[in-house]
Design a protein around this ligand. Structure first.
Ligand code: 13P
Ligand code: SF4
Length: 359
């Protein structure tokens, strides 16, 4: 077992040898011991863009989770290799929508609504997938006129979709879909959850008829932990507290917070505060702790008193980073993520629609 010092020396040495031939990307939720080696640190949208900014790097080492590395592979140049230091770093939410179930849902929606546009040229349904999804689902969206969103652009993307469709099938995260559509004025009764036989009951076709957003049943196991009692406790202890939560939190938590937004929104809100402030944050603990260290003038804490890391993000350990970087030095690409070219082609269409969509 290598010591921290040894790993530090090995990673820096490999990075020095590889120079511009490698770019290391790190998501905000990565632990500090990994983030310190990243050339770019950001949210999932920023990192998708960052993958595009280094076309000369032969390898992109993605310190994040599987769907992020897949996205980088889809967007990067064909000769670039995308590497996920630990292949077990997945995302439980992304796994909650599989392509077969989504295709089955789509077939039922087509059977009910057909495919013909209405008098305004709007198709009956458009699929929108959260970035936190497999490449196959992004490909499905590309194929069916749909688009990808992230937590930082979900409202803009839903606006894009409503300009083209009467309703949206949104997957996998019910909370991001519900919180975003609610903020745009869509009534809750027009946001049924997909899974007619299990959750809708009654007359499925009737319930779906007036829908605007049909929500998949996925959720994030980290953000699901945030609750009203935590917010009440924070407000009781610090009456002036600013509560900011991620939109993957349940609706009542987002409603009770002062603000909500993506990881980058949270970071910017704290950076912009010009007087010492108490912030209670509803998102992953590694980001919250890093912000607390970066901004000691503020009192920053996580709403959940029990440590809540994203266990799969945490699977990226400096030891794996050293191992994949040293592989590159030896000319060996370890833990490459390769999306099937056919899937990548349609997934890229959906991703490019997102990158091109303007507010
Ligand atoms: P961001 O889109 O804010 O980076 O979040 C990604 C994520 O996995 C949140 O749980
Ligand atoms: Fe997935 Fe939640 Fe982890 Fe984000 S925090 S990667 S949504 S499990």
């Amino acid at each position: 077992n290598a010591t921290d010092e040894e790993l530090d020396r090995r990673i820096l040495k490999a990075k020095e040898v590889l120079g511009d031939g490698v770019v290391v990307l790190g998501h905000f939720y990565q632990r500090d011991e990994v983030v310190k080696y990243a050339d770019f640190v950001g949210d999932s949208f920023q990192l998708a863009n960052a993958a595009l900014t280094k076309p000369d790097a032969k390898a992109i080492v993605f310190c994040g989770v599987h769907f992020m590395a897949e996205t980088a592979d889809i967007l990067s140049a064909p000769e670039q290799a995308v590497i996920l230091p630990n292949l077990a770093a997945g995302c439980s939410m992304a796994d909650m929508a599989d392509i077969d179930s989504v295709e089955a849902a789509w077939a039922e929606l087509e059977a009910q609504f057909g495919t013909e546009p209405d008098a305004d040229g709007k198709v009956p349904v458009i699929p929108v997938t959260y970035m936190n999804s497999s490449a196959a689902l992004k490909g499905f969206c590309g194929e069916h006129g749909g688009i990808v969103c992230t937590s930082s652009n979900a409202e803009m993307v839903l606006t894009w979709a409503f300009e083209r469709a009467q309703r949206v099938l949104f997957f996998p995260d019910q909370h991001l879909g519900r919180n975003t559509a609610k903020a745009m004025g869509v009534p809750l009764e027009q946001m049924p959850m997909w899974n007619p036989r299990l959750t809708l009951g009654g007359n499925t076709a009737e319930i779906l008829q007036d829908s605007r957003v049909i929500l998949w049943h996925g959720f994030c196991s980290v953000h699901k932990r945030f609750n009203m009692a935590q917010i009440e406790r924070a407000r009781g202890e610090f009456p002036e507290v600013r509560v900011i939560v991620h939109p993957e939190c349940p609706m009542e938590v987002v409603d009770a917070a002062d603000e909500y937004g993506s990881t980058d929104y949270i970071r910017k809100a704290i950076a912009a505060a010009d007087k010492p402030t108490t912030f209670a944050i509803g998102t992953e603990i590694n980001l919250v702790n890093r912000l607390a260290n970066e901004y000691p003038q503020h009192n920053i804490f996580c709403l959940d008193p029990v440590i809540c890391p994203c266990s799969t993000m945490y699977r990226i350990h400096p030891g794996y980073l050293a191992w994949v970087l040293e592989g590159l030095v030896e000319g060996e690409v370890r833990n490459q993520i390769t999306v099937d070219p056919k899937v990548a082609q349609t997934a890229k269409i959906a991703l490019e629609r997102m990158l091109a969509a303007k507010p």
